[in-house]
Write a protein that binds this ligand. Structure first.
Ligand SMILES: *Cc1c(COP(=O)(O)O)cnc(C)c1O
Length: 549
């Protein structure tokens, strides 16, 4: 950060006293101060946007190490250092350029992207209202709006009757869904409910939530609990099972078929094997993925539901990414069977295009979350209707308002346009990758995520003929090249794809490094993706070719 700065670093005339305090708390009365506040909002909304557009690619060429040197001051200053106006200017000119321009259409590597501009307005409204949805006393109407918007998404997923929704939408005993921080906490909430439902209170036992794992296993004569999910399951599931005391090694990764969907035969065999190894093993949940984080693939949800019913186990669908695909009349068939799930995770900050951060969990049965209810004397009293009774979070923002408004502004069709664009652009991108000799398409897109890698034709031929050992060697070389390629492109700052490591043929020892791209920005066109590929070809030709010998 060697740029000359015009922003005063320190303004000795600034003091913290009651006069200034009143000024920051009291609403601006006069015309002049109103104008100032509006000017600030204008700078945030347009200044930031324009600045990023004209000055920044994806990131500036400066290493994190170098950057961190500028942030080593650990003392809170006694007196104020800057005025709001200067703080805003500083954020726009000095900080934003070194953040990541996730809104760029060339940023196609992660599940974070551009959001509609109105989201910034909605977020501002949420901050201005500052409701706390943990309890009615600090949110009132927002709590009923939340129940309504939850019912809307529930209806999109579960397609119950109008009668069902009229009965439950505002019913204080029904929980059709909850807002949480993200997919991680949604998955955790689902596993929490599944665990508590398996070990409920009974004679001489007050339930697992109260007495803990050891007492629960004793009371129910169980020695081990497991959850079953494809090896592409999100790591938040392991976190959840760890936190819940089940032990994260009991998340059993299942083989996938050649389309990266969970292998149903492998699932059945695993269940048989587990029961045979120890008849006191309990299957806590079977999980289907609707949009795997790495490959975007969707598990055969109907079959998973069938097996879950047969084994009387909780069926959870992790649709953190793929959930909003249901908006698309053209592609919602890809999530067929999702309505059979006992619970479904959907992220707001992914394909609902909401600002960070918002996750949701939906429940087929409005009573499912009763097993995680908590009460306190000053809030969430027994018999109360506060939404905080059945959420992991305590205080939380009114994200439901953002979603409710966004649904009104976009309409289901607006969201469907985004979904269709992502899926169709990813398909066109895959075609282009196949056309180019330098690349190998590794996981074709089902939704809007695909992976590929650099693998020149000569090497592809060698791979086909090679025995296992030789193949591994070649892949190791390719891995180095693809890793470097991604890094060079990222550091150049024009475009960004991410990279991940995929297991080949379910063989843990045979891994390949792939480039991963996620197409969700409506401004990302095939032409832009071709530029991304062009740049990669250029990087390979000029800097990496020799590494392959
Ligand atoms: C993103 C994602 C998660 C985690 O969600 P966060 O919002 O990052 O906590 C879980 N599962 C899947 C399939 C995801 O794509």
């Amino acid at each position: 950060m060697n740029k000359k700065t015009v922003i005063p670093q320190n303004q000795p005339d600034l003091v913290a006293d009651w006069d200034t305090l009143f000024r920051v708390f009291i609403r601006p009365e006069g015309q002049a101060s109103r104008a100032t506040l509006i000017k600030y909002m204008d700078r945030i909304l347009y200044g930031l946007n324009n600045f990023l557009k004209t000055h920044v690619g994806i990131t500036e060429e400066v290493s994190l190490k170098e950057l961190s040197k500028n942030f080593t001051d650990t003392i809170i200053s006694d007196n104020p250092k800057r005025k709001l106006a200067d703080v805003i200017t500083c954020l726009i000119k000095e900080i934003a350029p070194y953040a990541v321009n996730v809104a760029s259409p060339y940023f196609v590597g992660h599940m974070t992207s551009a959001i509609p501009f109105f989201m910034v307005h909605l977020k501002t409204i949420i901050a201005a209202l500052n409701q706390n949805v943990v309890k009615l006393e600090t949110s009132k109407v927002v709590s009923v709006i939340e129940k309504q918007v939850i019912a809307k998404i529930h209806r999109m997923i579960y397609e119950q009757s109008e009668d069902f929704y009229q009965k439950h939408v505002q019913n204080t005993d029904s929980t059709l869904g909850v807002f949480v921080e993200g997919g991680t906490t949604a998955n955790l909430t689902a596993m929490w409910a599944a665990r508590n439902a398996k070990f409920p209170p009974k004679d001489g036992f007050k339930g697992i939530e109260s007495e803990g794992i050891v007492a629960a296993y004793n009371a129910y004569d169980i020695e081990r609990c497991v959850i079953l999910v494809s090896r592409l399951g999100h790591y938040s599931l392991r976190k959840s099972i760890g936190i819940l005391g089940i032990g994260n090694q009991n998340v059993i990764p299942l083989k996938t078929d050649q389309n990266n969907r969970v292998d149903i035969e492998a699932l059945k065999q695993t269940i048989t094997r587990l029961k045979k190894e120890n008849s006191k093993t309990c299957i806590l949940a079977i999980i289907g993925i609707a949009g795997a984080t790495e490959t975007g693939t969707v598990d055969p949800l109907e079959k998973l539901a069938e097996i879950s019913v047969a084994h009387n186990t909780h069926f959870h669908v992790d649709a953190a990414w793929g959930g909003p695909t249901l908006f698309s009349k053209k592609y919602n068939y890809l999530l067929k069977g999702i309505k059979l799930a006992d619970s479904v995770t959907v992220d707001g900050h992914k394909q609902f295009y909401m600002p960070m951060s918002c996750g949701m969990l939906y429940l087929k049965n409005p009573k499912t979350l009763d097993v995680i209810a908590y009460h306190a004397n000053y809030v969430n009293r027994r018999g109360a209707v506060d939404l905080g009774i059945k959420t992991l979070s305590g205080s939380r923002e009114a994200n439901s308002l953002i979603l409710d408004c966004a649904l009104k502004i976009m309409g289901a069709k607006g969201y469907a346009l985004l979904i269709d664009h992502g899926i169709e652009t990813a398909a066109a991108f895959a075609k282009e990758i196949k056309k180019r000799k330098l690349f190998e398409l590794v996981t074709p897109p089902v939704l809007n995520i695909l992976t590929y890698r650099v693998c020149p034709p000569s090497i592809q031929k060698k791979l086909e003929k090679a025995n296992e050992e030789k193949r591994r060697k070649i892949n190791e070389n390719l891995n180095i090249v693809n890793r470097k390629l991604q890094q060079i492109q990222r550091e150049a700052g024009h475009s960004f794809v991410s990279r991940t490591t995929l297991v080949q043929d379910n063989n843990q020892d045979d891994t390949i490094v792939v480039l991963r791209s996620v197409i969700m920005n409506p401004m990302t066109t095939l032409a832009i993706l071709n530029e991304v590929l062009d740049e990669q070809e250029e990087i390979f030709k000029t800097q990496l070719k020799d590494l392959l010998g």
